[in-house]
Design a protein around this ligand. Structure first.
Ligand code: ATP
Length: 539
């Protein structure tokens, strides 16, 4: 299957089964905004809960925060977002389509230039120059057609192009890849959504919807430190909405204007302090990053490596195997001026290998900025090291929506199977890891018009549902019901049949068939064992 076809099928399944809807669909949608339907909402909750559990509940050294979306605007000045959180934007001179300059694929070919054009009949002239790129193998006429359209938009009807000349170009990003028309010069565009707090729409009341959740963690660093009784090294985790007025939202939910982030700021001692305290600073072993338990002699490099490895393991624990992921270590020249190292964890999406999470070693840039701008000390007194310092930070920052899309792409599978009547058919199955699957178990009475079966099936549902999300379905042939749950990605199916109620002998009474989504194997298990079989797999 071609990647575009695969992506189309995934998008269609997401709509059909209620994973993802276009926001405001009945009004024609709104670019860059998405809604999660019943299955998507469960999937999202599971992912966030698993992140939260692994980051906070399973660790001694990380605590949580849930901060407001709108914060004091001075925060965005201090963080640098007001001045530098901008992307270069260009417009197509022909279609007016807006593109992000740094995302345009470089193209080679022959550039055609015209000094202007005139109307053959009226004699009217337009002196505005224009240019179009002709891709290799295309006839010159196609470039002239683009130019003719351009000048027609400027009021000429019978266009005669003037002053044509050509030039070979290599790897140019000045032309719209879709039609070859010249683009405007790049202009910087700040991605923060602006609003006003209170009834007056003035600059003094300007506020921003946060473009990342991280800054709230930095500005609450002292409060959290004082109330949680944590000691450096420790972290603060937060999950929440972030907003970016992306120039070109694209690739389904991958680049949205409203999305959710899961961010950890893990505060560590500066290397000098570690050295003073331990005599030396551990270096990153050749064999790979160390794992738990953390050691006192770890400096920023080892902590950074540790968090990259922790995050990789977490992705594995929810079904993204290492061969579906890639690590991209940013080169020195790509790093932000304050960053010491940044690793992006990428997923191989059908539309390309793209970032899910960035893990940055940010020095003490952020806390220092807030200390300077707020005038409040961000220093920490380290009793063990008898030293005062502004902690450094390692930041694993992941996007919930991108991860959901990765999980959906990863789960989607089509396979040929043979139905009960021996007919071959295509089975669409979402192979979600049971931990993230929106529904954990489908519960099916074999027949809906047999009250004893229905009663027993409802009892099984009630037994399981305090512990996991179950779906009761009594409509249609059992094979159809299995297929519906395959498409929803439900890892287990429990069928209550005549054996369950003892009609075929006492030895089978109280047992059900447990169907496994991926292998489609069925086994007979006792109802009383169901919980202990299923719970460890879905938690
Ligand atoms: P990109 O380069 O793709 O714009 P970024 O490097 O600016 O992303 P960060 O600022 O590091 O992203 O944000 C951390 C995480 O937040 C990203 O890894 C991604 O998962 C998520 N994220 C960022 N922007 C968006 C967006 N527009 N839509 C969905 N998720 C996003």
């Amino acid at each position: 299957m071609k990647p575009t076809e695969r992506m189309e099928k995934i998008v269609s399944l997401c709509k059909r089964r209620g994973f993802i809807f276009q926001s405001s669909e009945i009004y024609g949608g709104i670019n860059g905004f998405w809604d999660y339907g019943p299955l998507g909402a469960e999937l999202k909750r599971n992912v966030k809960e698993l992140w939260w559990k692994s980051m906070t509940k399973m660790r001694e050294d990380v605590v949580g925060l849930d901060a407001s979306i709108i914060m004091h605007p001075a925060i965005w000045k201090a963080s640098g977002h007001c001045d530098t959180f901008a992307d270069p934007m260009v417009d197509c001179l022909l279609t007016k389509k807006r593109l992000r300059a740094d995302q345009i694929e470089p193209q080679s070919g022959v550039a055609y230039f015209w000094s202007g054009a005139k109307d053959e009949v009226s004699g009217k002239e337009v002196c505005e120059p224009f240019s179009a790129l002709l891709a290799p193998g295309k006839p010159a006429e196609s470039a002239r057609k683009v130019a003719t359209q351009f000048y027609s938009q400027r009021g000429l009807q019978n266009v005669v192009l003037l002053g044509e000349r050509t030039e070979k170009v290599e790897n140019s990003t000045k032309y719209n890849p879709e039609n070859g028309a010249l683009l405007t010069e790049p202009r910087m565009f700040n991605l923060m959504f602006k609003s006003h707090a209170g009834p007056v729409e003035s600059e003094e009341n300007a506020v921003y919807l946060r473009p990342e959740t991280a800054q709230a963690i930095f500005v609450q660093f002292k409060n959290v430190l004082e109330t949680s009784r944590q000691k450096v090294p420790f972290g603060i985790a937060q999950i929440g909405k972030a907003f970016r007025n992306e120039i070109n939202p694209r690739n389904y939910t991958f680049r949205s204007r409203e999305f959710e982030q899961m961010e950890l700021e893990f505060f560590i001692k500066p290397d000098e302090v570690v050295e003073k305290q331990c005599g030396s600073v551990a270096s990153l072993p050749e064999s790979g990053a160390p794992t738990d338990p953390p050691q006192a002699n770890w400096g920023w490099e080892v902590w950074h490596g540790y968090w990259v490895e922790q995050r990789m393991r977490w992705y594995e624990s929810i079904g993204l195997t290492r061969d579906t992921l890639e690590q991209y270590w940013q080169k020195k020249e790509e790093l932000a001026h304050y960053a010491r190292a940044t690793v992006d964890i990428l997923y191989k999406f059908p539309f390309g290998t793209q970032e899910l999470e960035g893990i940055a070693a940010r020095g003490n840039f952020d806390l220092t900025q807030h200390q300077t701008h707020s005038g409040k000390s961000m220093e920490y007194f380290d009793q063990e090291a008898t030293a005062k310092y502004i902690p450094h930070v390692i930041e694993p920052s992941a996007g919930v929506d991108r991860l959901l899309l990765a999980l959906i792409c990863n789960a989607y599978a089509e396979e040929e199977v043979v139905d009960e009547k021996g007919k071959a058919e295509v089975r669409t199955v979402m192979r979600f890891h049971p931990r993230v699957a929106p529904i954990k178990v489908g519960i099916f009475p074999l027949l809906k018009n047999k009250p004893v079966l229905v009663e027993k099936a409802l009892a099984v549902r009630d037994l399981l549902r305090p512990f996991m999300n179950v779906f009761y379905d009594d409509a249609g042939a059992i094979g159809r019901r299995y297929r519906r749950q395959d498409e929803a990605g439900t890892p287990f199916g429990v069928t209550i049949d005549f054996d369950t109620i003892g009609e075929n002998g006492p030895e089978m009474e109280g047992t059900v068939t447990l169907r496994h989504r991926d292998s489609m194997q069925q086994e007979r298990v006792k109802i009383s064992d169901l919980l202990s079989i299923l719970l460890p797999q879905v938690q």
